[in-house]
Write a protein that binds this ligand. Structure first.
Ligand code: ATR
Length: 263
């Protein structure tokens, strides 16, 4: 009975169990495999993970605030996880913990087109921003990064690449990605972020990693300008699909996962 889990703190709002449970059922693995949400405090994270293989776990997703701790405890690191400095996926085999990061490729797969040669603007400098900047640079985009606390965006760019900027011209980019938490608590994105609702254009793609029950104010404004939009649930689905493929070595049923994550 292979077990899977998402480890977070808290995990109450996680859509991952429903999404992965539906995917396992669609793959015909629903009777055998299971996926559960496990809440674990930061100081208990390492012993919890170390105990998992003996409890029948073959892998786990790792979410806030454990993504750096997951990297630190791993016996083996995928290059992506090492370079981003965070892991969102663990695999347990032969008593070893292997750390992977599917956030970067999940983000790229959620985009309507390859960002190669594009000018991209990333807002934020947390863990999500690191994966996005890394992915965009690897694909050959030129990346500017803005953060409320500029010291953090400068530090991110020194480590990963891209240019930390203070005052962006929103019209200069083909791709705009909000990785900040703005909007999660109902904040007005146009009050907190250096973006103006009337300045999006039809040629742009706008991504908001924040998700709730409907389109965010940011995506609504982008949509009314005719821009292509990508929401945080699509990115959740794509990174989840890549994790599932690592654990099961089977192609993930994307439509099923999408429907479950949006329910
Ligand atoms: P994650 O790992 O999910 O990216 P994080 O490390 O907590 O989370 O980062 C949250 C991001 O949202 C940061 O870029 C943060 O900006 P600061 O570095 O200045 O804290 C950003 N953020 C949160 N609330 C914000 C607000 N009201 N206005 C602008 N940025 C905000």
């Amino acid at each position: 009975m292979p077990r899977l889990a998402v480890l977070g703190y808290p995990v109450g709002h996680s859509r991952s169990p429903a999404m992965h449970t539906a995917a396992l059922a669609e793959l015909g693995l629903g009777e055998e495999w299971s996926y559960e949400a496990i809440e674990v405090a930061p100081d208990a994270f390492e012993p919890r993970v170390r105990a998992m293989p003996a409890e029948g776990f073959v892998g786990a997703n790792v979410t806030v605030p454990h993504k750096s701790a997951a990297l630190a405890l791993a016996d083996e690191l995928a290059e992506t996880a090492r370079e981003i400095g965070a892991a969102n996926t663990l695999l347990f085999a032969d008593g070893e913990v292997r750390a992977e990061n599917t956030d970067a490729d999940g983000f790229l797969r959620a985009l309507p087109a390859s960002p190669i040669g594009q000018r991209a603007f990333v807002l934020g400098a947390g863990g999500a921003a690191r994966a996005v900047v890394w992915a965009l640079l690897r694909e050959g985009a030129a990346v500017d990064v803005w953060n409320r606390t500029e010291l953090r965006s400068r530090h991110l760019c020194e480590e990963i690449g891209g240019d930390a900027i203070g005052a962006p011209d929103q019209t200069a980019y083909e791709l705009i990605v909000n990785t900040t938490a703005v909007g999660l608590g109902g904040e007005d994105p146009f009050a907190e972020l250096p973006l103006v609702p009337g300045r999006f254009a039809a040629e742009q793609t706008v991504v908001d990693m924040v998700y709730g029950s409907g389109p965010t104010d940011l995506l609504r404004a982008a949509e009314s300008a005719g821009a292509a939009t990508v929401d945080g649930i699509e990115i959740l689905v794509q990174q989840g699909a890549l994790s599932l493929e690592l654990w099961t070595a089977r192609p993930a049923p994307l439509e099923t996962m999408r429907a479950a994550a949006r329910r």
